[in-house]
Ligand binder design. Structure first.
Ligand SMILES: C[S@@+](CC[C@H](N)C(=O)[O-])C[C@H]1O[C@@H](n2cnc3c(N)ncnc32)[C@H](O)[C@@H]1O
Length: 237
């Protein structure tokens, strides 16, 4: 398995950035892997472009121009740049200063008035309680340290009736050879991040534990078995 299977990108090389510490102060230990691969991540092609475009269309249909939207784990901002025009305001955040630096470069080159980027850990308070109408988490929830804590912070940031939209890998659904052999080997080599191991049912149970109501559960992959689940959930009014 390649690293692509965990975060849907494949490798390619490129330019360099300043050390992450010089960007926004000392890097969080959680950011180290992502700071290291940020330049490569920005340049990699999206592994399943048709599946990605399908997801974007679904999300565009859910967003409206009167919504304030928070994205957590936005990476280099590709998705935020696409979705911000469908919102009143999109604040896209990530724990990696290098990811955010690249996202800001892209925004400077392609300005979108609704969009801004900020450095933030999704497991800590990111926003004022109830500040956002919708919260986006793409390819993130299997990568946080504490899923319950990340979901708790997401729910806090949402207004009553607000929407959580997540697409994330369900590592527990992968072939055992990948889970128990390929992933640990890649992690040992520093080529894969630490991952949480849950399936789609467990993720829904975790969302329900934080009081979210599941609205829909879909799979958007267009290549073979899709182990990433797309879930829309709502905070009760
Ligand atoms: C696989 S990338 C996904 C990026 C983007 N959402 C996408 O779909 O391309 C995971 C991102 O989550 C970020 N990340 C990991 N743990 C995080 C956390 N606790 N809080 C915020 N961002 C985090 C990483 O820095 C990385 O940019």
């Amino acid at each position: 398995m390649s690293n692509a299977s965990l975060h849907q990108k494949c490798a390619s090389p490129l330019r360099t950035l300043a050390p992450a510490d010089e960007l926004e102060g000392p890097a969080s230990p959680k950011a180290r892997f992502w700071d290291r691969i940020a330049v490569q991540y920005a340049a990699d092609p999206i592994a399943d472009m048709a599946g990605y475009e399908f997801t974007l269309r679904q999300v565009e249909d859910l967003l409206t121009a009167d919504q304030d939207v928070l994205e957590i784990g936005c990476g280099t901002g590709t998705t935020a740049l696409r979705l911000a025009p469908f919102t009143r305001r999109l604040l896209a955040t990530d724990v990696s200063a290098r990811m955010i630096a690249i996202a800001r470069e892209k925004l400077a080159a392609q300005p979108v008035p609704q969009l801004s980027f900020a450095l933030a850990d999704a497991e800590e308070p990111v926003a004022a309680p109830g500040e956002f109408d919708a919260l986006l988490a793409f390819n993130l929830l299997h990568l946080v340290t504490d899923l319950d804590r990340a979901l708790q912070q997401a729910v806090l940031a949402l207004r009553p009736g607000g929407m959580l939209i997540s697409k994330t890998a369900c590592v527990a659904e992968m072939n055992p050879l990948i889970r128990y052999l390929a992933v640990p080997v890649m992690q040992a080599l520093g080529k894969a991040p630490r991952v949480l191991c849950f399936d789609a049912d467990a993720l829904q149970v975790a969302m329900a534990r934080q009081g979210l109501n599941i609205v829909s559960v879909e799979r958007h992959g267009t290549r073979g078995k899709d182990f990433r689940v797309f879930i829309v959930a709502r905070k009760p009014t």
